[in-house]
Design a protein around this ligand. Structure first.
Ligand SMILES: Cc1ncc(COP(=O)(O)O)c(C=O)c1O
Length: 454
């Protein structure tokens, strides 16, 4: 039998060897490992009863059922988009600045998780060699998306207030001086409880970021868009409830809330500072606050980008799962989503505290080890002394997985830019999946692995 070779596209070759596949494989090959790596949500609080009730409501009305089971539109179900208008506008209006910018249903596109939007935007905006400015570190799957379209990620320093605006300006100046400003198309920020650090962009920097993007867009004569990824916006817990910190907790909200998203002292989005509506894309998702299995995300976008994304999405799927959108519209309208989001926050707050408490218990005597105290999200970012590498090929990773049976995400995956310049001594630890006891056990095992290599 003659054998033929497949000549894959350049895009397929760029997409090869993504770390996420290796991590998933490790999970399957080591089923007894306590995973502090998986970014999955808490299995115990998945909204089974709420989903059943919403499905019953949608399906028990014949007309509605037939509409939900039919193809939808590329842009997304109108009822859901109207619910999203209320949801988003309320969040903005009840923020610390009571932002006055409001959205309309026409500006919203519903996507298959926010991940689809990230990929569609990369397709819509980036040619091979184009530049996207990101924080160091940032969401590693998006770095894969950038690689997948042949774009360059330039990683800029961040601190306890998020991406540093002085560094952003300096980089734009440098790129202009070397004739590369025209390659800059996008600035990507995870504005709330960043994956992996748990740090949010400060209020001042949100405003400044929009100003900088607009200033440099004018200077180069084409828009440099800001992509605000707000995947963790609803996962807001306030500061941990005790004071033995190894590093100062990042600035953020105070603990005076009653658990209602609207009543939390949350910041207005970066999007709300873009009054002209021509610069910022806001990506939201119900994966973290409700159920990732529904794969419902949404985006607020400048008009020309919305048209571009709709065209590309039309080629891909001509609309995300219509039934799931109907479910979510029902969940938002009935108030079941809001009630569930409160329960989820309460569950994660306990887990976040369990991980920080275990970090104190098992790591605080280790010299040169520090960690962020997130006020939300799903992750604790831990830094080891600079000489201790944490990557897949490191002594620590092998010891953690093979001997101690615990897994984490190596921090170096979260750094864009040249491999040799990436920081290698961090770990992303997720408190999403394990129970509080599982978190403590995972942290105990991990501390033993760290002690062994220190
Ligand atoms: C920062 C960030 N953005 C986007 C996503 C994509 O989530 P989804 O596609 O489920 O909405 C994730 C998932 O973990 C994430 O952490």
């Amino acid at each position: 039998m003659s054998q033929t070779l497949t000549k894959f596209s350049q895009r397929r070759r760029w997409a090869a060897d993504q770390a996420i596949s290796f991590l998933m494989q490790q999970g399957v090959e080591h089923p007894h490992v306590v995973s502090l790596a998986a970014g999955l949500v808490d299995p115990g609080s998945l909204p089974v009863a709420e989903a059943i009730e919403a499905a019953r409501d949608v399906l028990s009305d014949d007309l509605r059922a037939r509409s939900a089971l039919q193809y939808g539109t590329t842009q997304g179900d109108l009822r859901l988009r109207r619910q999203l208008v209320d949801y988003h506008n309320r969040l903005e209006q009840t923020s610390t600045l009571a932002a006055s910018r409001t959205v309309t249903a026409d500006e919203i596109v519903c996507t298959t998780g926010s991940q689809q939007l990230l990929a569609l935007l990369a397709d819509a905006l980036l040619d091979p060699g184009d530049i996207c400015l990101v924080a160091a570190p940032t969401y590693f799957v998006f770095l894969g998306v950038l690689e997948g379209v042949g774009a360059r990620a330039i990683a800029l320093p961040a601190d306890e207030h998020g991406l540093r605006m002085d560094a952003l300006t300096a980089e734009l100046q440098r790129l202009e001086s070397v004739g590369e400003l025209s390659r800059v198309k996008l600035i990507y920020v995870v504005s709330e409880f960043e994956n992996p650090t748990g740090i949010s962009l400060s209020l001042e920097r949100r405003a400044e970021l929009v100003e900088i993007a607009k200033h440099w867009s004018q200077r180069r004569g084409e828009t440099i868009y800001v992509l605000e990824d707000a995947a963790y916006r609803e996962l807001h817990y306030g500061p941990p409830s005790w004071g033995r910190f190894s590093t100062c907790p990042p600035t953020g909200v105070t603990n005076s809330n009653d658990g209602h998203v609207e009543n939390l002292p949350h910041d207005p989005s970066v999007w709300s500072f873009d009054v002209a509506g021509d610069t910022v894309i806001h990506a939201g998702t119900f994966s973290k606050s409700f159920a990732p299995g529904l794969r419902v995300g949404f985006a607020l976008m400048p008009r020309e980008l919305r048209d571009a994304v709709n065209d590309l999405k039309g080629n891909q799927d001509f609309g995300s799962a219509n039934f799931n959108q109907h479910l979510l519209a029902e969940l938002l309208a009935s108030g079941r989503f809001a009630t569930h989001a409160e329960e989820v926050r309460a569950a994660y707050r306990i887990k976040r505290d369990a991980m920080l408490s275990a970090a104190d218990e098992f790591f605080s005597d280790l010299p040169g080890v520090s960690w962020v105290h997130p006020h939300g999200g799903l992750y604790v970012w831990m830094s080891l002394p600079p000489q201790v590498a944490t990557g897949f090929d490191s002594t620590l990773f092998c010891r953690a997985v093979d001997v101690e049976q615990v897994m984490y995400v190596p921090g170096e995956l979260c750094f864009g830019g040249p491999r040799e310049q990436r920081e290698r001594n961090h770990m992303r630890l997720s408190f999403g999946v394990q129970s509080p006891d599982g978190i403590r056990e995972g942290m105990r095992r991990l501390s033993r692995a760290v002690r062994a290599v220190l």
